[in-house]
Design a protein around this ligand. Structure first.
Ligand SMILES: [Mg+2]
Length: 203
């Protein structure tokens, strides 16, 4: 492992539990009417969280994507103010100092930066954006590897969701799950970030 790709939400910081994705779906329906579906992985998120992300996956490359993302991000930004650190995050971030690392998240870019800043996590971040298909597509992870100047195959992704795992597999990166049981058999999974340190490849 030459580099790390880290999910943000419920991996480093919990914003998701405080984000009113239910209201974001109401906003999307009010603006766009019937919302599209997409073939997305099962995961443990609340139905409205999954629905909001499903719309962004379905509309990847569509002119409506940016406005939809902005409507959702308003709710994410509100939740950042009450977000909480995930267990072990400070120790984890200290331990990976010196390893090239980028945060790769489905959150909007302003909300993602604000969440990291609020919790003193000084790492670059690639949030969702119009020119990258969202996770579980590999695009965001490939952009992260490019930012670090390494191949995706030299990276290990750490994340809490099957969407992170799917994106890592699609990008050809390694993967360590953390804090959930959202993964297929055989995937290394740690209960928390400190334990995850012991599962990272040595080189
Ligand atoms: Mg997450």
């Amino acid at each position: 492992m030459k580099a790390l790709l880290l999910d943000l939400d419920r991996t480093l910081v919990d914003v998701q539990s405080f984000t009113d994705y239910e209201a974001s779906v109401v906003d999307l329906e009010a603006r766009f009417g019937e919302l599209p579906g997409s073939d997305i992985p099962e995961t443990y998120w609340r139905p409205a969280t999954l629905r909001a992300m499903e719309v962004l996956v379905a509309w990847a490359g569509d002119p409506r994507w940016q406005e939809a993302s902005d409507l959702i991000e308003a709710h994410e930004l509100a939740a950042v103010e009450v977000s909480t650190p995930m267990p072990g995050v400070a120790r984890f971030v200290d331990a990976i100092a010196g390893i090239p690392t980028v945060v790769v998240t489905l959150m909007g870019p302003a909300a993602a930066r604000a969440a990291l800043d609020r919790h003193g996590i000084d790492l670059p971040v690639i949030g969702r954006r119009v020119d990258l298909r969202p996770k579980p597509a590999p695009d965001q992870l490939l952009a992260g590897a490019e930012l670090l100047g390494v191949e995706a195959s030299a990276c290990t992704m750490v994340g809490d969701s099957s969407w992170d795992h799917g994106a890592a597999v699609a990008a050809g990166a390694g993967f360590v799950g953390v804090g959930s049981t959202d993964f297929p058999p055989g995937v290394p999974v740690a209960a928390d970030l400190v334990t995850a340190l012991g599962l990272l490849p040595a080189s």
